[in-house]
Design a binder for this molecule. Sequence first.
Ligand SMILES: NC(=O)c1ccc[n+]([C@@H]2O[C@H](COP(=O)([O-])OP(=O)(O)OC[C@H]3O[C@@H](n4cnc5c(N)ncnc54)[C@H](O)[C@@H]3O)[C@@H](O)[C@H]2O)c1
Ligand SMILES: O=c1ccn([C@@H]2O[C@H](COP(=O)(O)OP(=O)(O)O[C@H]3O[C@H](CO)[C@@H](O)[C@H](O)[C@H]3O)[C@@H](O)[C@H]2O)c(=O)[nH]1
Length: 430
Amino acid sequence: MNIAVVGSGYVGTTIAACFADLGHRVTAIDIDEGIVERLNRGEASIHEPGLDDLLEAHAGDRLRATTDYGAIRDCEATFLALPTPSREDGSIDASIIEAGARSVGEALAGEEGDHLVVVKSTVVPSTTEGTLIPAIEAGAGEAVGERIRVGMNPEFLREGSAVTDFLEPDKVVLGADDDWGRERLFEVFAPLIERAEPAVVEATVREAEMIKYANNAFLATKISLINELGNICKEFGIDAYRVADAIGLDDRIGEQFLRSGVGWGGSCFPKDVDALRAAAREAGYEPELLDATVAVNDRQPERMLALLAEHADLPGARIAVLGLAFKPGTDDVRNSRAIPAIEGLTERGAEVVAYDPVAHETMREHFPDIEYAASAAAALSGADGALVMTDWDEFAALDDEFEDMATPVVIDGRRVVEHREGLVYEGLTW
Ligand SMILES: NC(=O)c1ccc[n+]([C@@H]2O[C@H](COP(=O)([O-])OP(=O)(O)OC[C@H]3O[C@@H](n4cnc5c(N)ncnc54)[C@H](O)[C@@H]3O)[C@@H](O)[C@H]2O)c1
Ligand SMILES: O=c1ccn([C@@H]2O[C@H](COP(=O)(O)OP(=O)(O)O[C@H]3O[C@H](CO)[C@@H](O)[C@H](O)[C@H]3O)[C@@H](O)[C@H]2O)c(=O)[nH]1
């Protein structure tokens, strides 16, 4: 099939490259000329394992990029993979995807062939119906439902494993409100369904929108729950990881996403939980459990600082912050738990020396004035204490480096450092 993908960020680039790999002819559309030029040279603007190989294989052949929405006219389906950020109050800001939907409509105006527009972005229930369909209609000058149809296909990929998550998914959710739309979505996903045999969920558009939020809200709440249980374990001198291993054996609970510690960050969980809470409130429902999910998450960095303060006099102390990315394998620091931790340290008058294998440049935008060390060893050298914020493998290999600390105190927010002789070691939940 000929498919257009609008937006060439994390999701758009990944799905465009993967659709090409599945045998479709793909046109990637972005307003950023630099991104488009790089894609046409076979280079990604994001770092994801496996993506470069796919681009090298397909760019200039089955995958082309352009800034021209007119390319949609040669396609049978268009995926909208545009940002849906949070407003100040946490609610979803749909203005970018609304503008994109209108541009798609304009590109299809006056055409004769039929076309499926698929919402790939994460949007709160009823956004497709209430905002995006009217935007397409305004652009196209005709009603959706005859020649132009709309579907919703939420994305569950994770940063750092985006390509394999997309090509080997647990499930594919195909949201459509009519048979024609559903059939065309099946056509797009047929090669993937054949190759990876995921569960296929047929849903309405609204259900599909909600499934994405339910998925993320459930996972974020699962982590907050294990963090709350972990905080209680700590009070009783119990190792929360041993408890998590035991409860994870119950199939109804499952072993994944039970790593307790300093909590969840990133570009999705915080934004999506906030958007769902705001949408629920607007609809007249008080989402108390989701409020608590966020409150527990917000408290964890503070708990680390309180533990550190039990062992170090923070004003004037030199504190190493190991790990800045919101999780290992990425330089993304959006909503990283390291941000409130660094803020808390500087508020208390501590001097921060930070280290991350890849995220210095991205964190410099938040904290231009703190010191960035060239290695974990350099950060630890002379430090009065250390906070471990990201579970990078290289932190597990640290050993003699702790001996160069002025005071060997480590507060581990990710259970990555091994407790050893001579080290004052505190795990957040163990
Ligand atoms: N990042 C993830 O891991 C992930 C996973 C699942 C779902 N999502 C959802 O997918 C959506 C996209 O997220 P993302 O992380 O890929 O965003 P992103 O910010 O990485 O990329 C968005 C791209 O859209 C382009 N763009 C902006 N306005 C445009 C316009 N009018 N026309 C064409 N291009 C335009 C930007 O230049 C950018 O390249 C969001 O709703 C997000 O919540 C993200
Ligand atoms: O047991 C765990 C698992 C994760 N985390 C933290 O949770 C956050 C999110 O991690 P992860 O889910 O691996 O990363 P994302 O790339 O943000 O992916 C999430 O958000 C995406 C965007 O919506 C979804 O598509 C994915 O399915 C969903 O996992 C990170 O800060 C992790 O450190 C924990 O604290 N404990």
